[in-house]
Design a protein around this ligand. Structure first.
Ligand code: EPU
Length: 429
């Protein structure tokens, strides 16, 4: 397995292009199942999760072509995917594929909406908590699908099509909202989603569905209203910038010091996180190109942060913030409210010399003067990248094992950091 070796202590200076958002690209790709026409997606990041989802969609009979620059040619340009679900041959999503990426479970919505049936493996456990699918299934039932679970598979039936209905989520859920949006777009009648997730990726999916002919109002607010249509058509849609990648590199600059422009991204996608960075002592400015982050000289101040659904502080930046706070001048408190057990990075940060105490969903981080490099590994994507951030500021060499987690969600990480002066090297197995 590949490893990444970082020699810490160098400030970052330069420009980092921000890729298209993984968590928008995945549901957008799944939405291709809603139409027999071609869906063209521009600015799709080159990630292991995108490749895996192409395989999963291919298993259903979705054809795809990749246009645009080839890997390695440019960090600035994402790939253009053309997806055609004209000849869907199989409405089953098997265990060996779904178990490797939770988001692939979401194919259940377009499959049952367009074909009246779907058989999708339960995604199973996950490193960041139990992550059930009960809310997704209730949403589909509200639209008239009959759901049964048999042999580890969820079987959804709607032989006469889905019907509009009222979906009131008991908890804000990104996955539930994506599923409800896709299913309701092809349902007969009007659907109202209450307590909908407001994440930018929800808005991006709704915008793409609207280009495909869906009638959706209120995306980005807690109430979304969808007037179903009998069929959707093809469209071209550009994936929005990755706010988690943006926030991750912003924290990397805040920890090392330096001056970096995060190009092609927008502050409103992560304003709460940028405000936290400013409170910690980084200077954050919106520019024509994107976002400029710099920090010179002065130390970092501790912060008190709770993760929340958008527009709150994102759980997907919690581990990275914690890495930053390990070297702040004082004690920070970071509370994780979205996923239980999303603190796997704590033990690994401790290997680098961090002082963190866990108390249920609260991490108390006592800033230390310096971290020292060590071999580390992590069990999920955001935890892994938090170790990269810590490695960038640690004295000496940090080796990050299990790099495949990073490849799931960060395009060209070493190249992007390397061209800003970081000493980051991938050792191929
Ligand atoms: N939940 C339920 N029942 C459900 C669905 C969700 O109890 O049926 C719970 C979850 O267990 C969790 C909470 O509701 O405690 C929120 O889950 P949500 O559905 O919002 O999360 P998700 O859609 O599974 C997406 C991202 C995650 C991100 C979360 C929260 C994608 C592919 N994944 O997950 O991203 O952390 O929203 O913002 O969009 C990542 O990229 O590393 C990642 C984990």
């Amino acid at each position: 397995m590949d490893r990444i070796v970082i020699r810490g202590g160098t400030p970052l200076n330069g420009v980092i292009p921000i890729s298209g958002a993984k968590n928008a690209a995945l549901p957008l790709m799944i939405a291709s199942l809603l139409t027999e026409d071609t869906l063209e997606l521009v600015n799709v990041p080159r990630l292991a999760d995108v490749q895996l989802l192409l395989r999963i969609l291919g298993n259903h009979g979705v054809d795809h072509t990749v246009a645009g620059k080839r890997p390695g040619q440019s960090l600035e340009t994402g790939q253009t995917l053309r997806l055609s679900a004209r000849d869907v041959i199989d409405t089953t999503a098997p265990y060996d594929l779904v178990s490797r990426m939770r988001a692939s479970f979401w194919v259940i919505a377009p499959l049952v909406a367009r074909f009246g049936e779907a058989r999708v493996s339960m995604p199973g456990g996950c490193a960041i908590g139990t992550r059930p699918v009960d809310l997704l299934l209730t949403a589909l039932e509200r639209l008239g699908a009959e759901i049964e679970v048999d042999g580890g598979y969820v079987i959804a039936h709607a032989p006469r099509g889905l019907k509009g209905g009222e979906i009131a989520f008991s908890k804000v859920t990104v996955s539930g909202t994506h599923v409800a949006l896709m299913a309701a777009s092809l349902a007969d009648g009007t659907t109202v989603i209450d307590n909908a997730a407001r994440e930018p990726e929800i808005v991006d999916l709704a915008n793409c569905l609207s280009k495909m002919g869906a009638r959706i109002g209120g995306a980005g607010t807690s109430q979304i209203v969808i007037d179903g249509v009998p069929r959707l058509h093809g469209a071209t849609h550009e994936v929005l910038p990755d706010r988690i990648e943006t926030g991750t590199y912003a924290m990397a600059v805040a920890v090392t010091g330096g001056d970096v422009t995060l190009a092609g991204t927008r502050p409103e996608l992560l304003q709460t996180a940028l405000d936290v960075l400013a409170e910690a002592g980084a200077t954050v400015q919106a520019t024509n190109e994107g976002i400029r982050v710099h920090r010179n000289g002065a130390g970092l101040s501790p912060v008190d942060v709770t993760t929340d659904p958008f527009p709150g502080f994102p759980t997907d930046l919690q581990a990275q913030l914690m890495a930053l706070m390990t070297v702040a001048n004082g004690t920070s408190r970071i509370r994780e409210t979205i996923f239980e057990n999303r603190f796997m990075h704590v033990g690994e940060l401790a290997r680098l010399g961090a002082r963190i105490r866990l108390d249920g969903d609260l991490a108390v981080v006592e800033g230390v003067d310096r971290l020292r490099g060590a071999p580390v590994m992590a069990t999920d994507l955001r935890a892994s990248v938090s170790l990269v951030i810590a490695g960038l500021v640690a004295e000496g060499e940090t080796t990050i094992n299990r790099v495949y987690h990073l490849d799931r969600g960060f395009e060209a990480l070493e190249a992007k950091l390397g061209r800003c002066g970081a000493q980051v090297e991938r050792i191929r197995a």
